[in-house]
Design a protein. Sequence first.
Length: 480
Amino acid sequence: MTTTVAPGVTLTSMSLGAKDADDYWTVHVYLPATIDGPLNKAATALGPEEIARRVAGAVRDKGFEPRLERVSTPAFADRPAGPLGWTVRIGRYATGAEASAALSAIRTAGFAGGTRYTAQDGTDRRAPQKVHVIRVDFGEFRGTVGTEFGPALNGTEKLTDLAAATGAVAGINAQWFYNSAPGGLYVKDGKLIGGATQGRGGIKITKGGRAVDVDAYTAHVTLRAGRSTVELDGVNRVPGEIWNCGGVGGDQPTEKAQHDLKCTDDSELVLFTPEWGVPPTGAGAEVVLDADDRVTAVNTSRGAGVPAGGSTVQATGQSAAWLLDHVKPGDRLRVSERVEDSRGRRVALTPDTTILQVGPTLVRDGRVSVNAMADGLIREGGDQTFTYNWTVRANPRSMIGMDRRGRLMLVVVDGRQDGYSEGLGIAQTGELMRLLGAQEAMNLDGGGSSVMVTRDGGIVNRPSDATGQRSLGNVVLVRP
């Protein structure tokens, strides 16, 4: 069914697939990280065959009938298809309540686990799906498409509130958010207000939404004090906490992108702009800069407010000592930034440029193209629970792209609602966007964050959280 939201803006809602007899609930027994690990405290959803067989044997000794199931990943643009690990499951149940009752018995017997609905394993192409697509035809639509957040980056707001406050005709959730702030490269109206997860996918929107480019981006922000120059670790985020990793300067355990993983660094320099709100407080040092980048204060602790038009630079660990050694009140510093695309070309941050680093990439030049490794969807190390749950299994998803006719697309697929809409694995998400006609497409934040609204219809989809729509870090709005 397609309805007109505004001149040139349509909403299409459709039902795909159907529930069938092969869909059932089951008990998923967790595995220990090591072959001799305690079974009652196991926390990994899948693991090597040797460990899975050990757990299955122990389960069988307790009188249950386990199944060993092999899990594989589909082929991605930068990773071939292949095995991911093994799971142990027990029983086939018609309802989640029956599976939960069986799980209680499993736990009483000394095992850890959860329940799963098999239609959400991410392998059933015919599973039920509710899909909602907003298309913006700029041949008729005279407005703009851009991003918005609440009074400060450091805080969350509901999509319905942001849409109402701006008079938007439609909107969708946008970036992931951590510590109540968007995560990853965020350029709004030409101003860089969020540091990059280096080399991860993003979408550049220019000309009010009339031009869209999906690519991978890096950003480098440097501070020059006298003859010394240092690269800043981040922009508008809590120092020491690098969500999604992909940072610079010795982050642990990795500087490669790792989605939803928090890397750490006890020595950082982080820039705060007025958009952030109230900066975090703590030990270290900081400098306060006016609108001309002149130092108005040097402090031996962190937490000063950001002056209008100015900024602050917070430092922790050894970086605090560097800052105190190189900067004094009255100095004029130079803060410079450079954003590059995947070919190393500088991206001009013009006033009509917006960049949202989300990901993974889904469609490039009309073809499904998911960089699972580069975008951090494949977890480093032996525990592949995250890869399995977030990348392979079905989840609610939100997407943005441009179709072959130059129409902007905002898409939500509901999920985690057995028999109604199961959601999609990442590979299936790319396929769906291609089938919807996307020439370029990018994955947005999903899960319980997936929400779509229209001015007259309110919330279009069914967010998966029991409490309804979440408060979000930022959103994409279609404005008249």
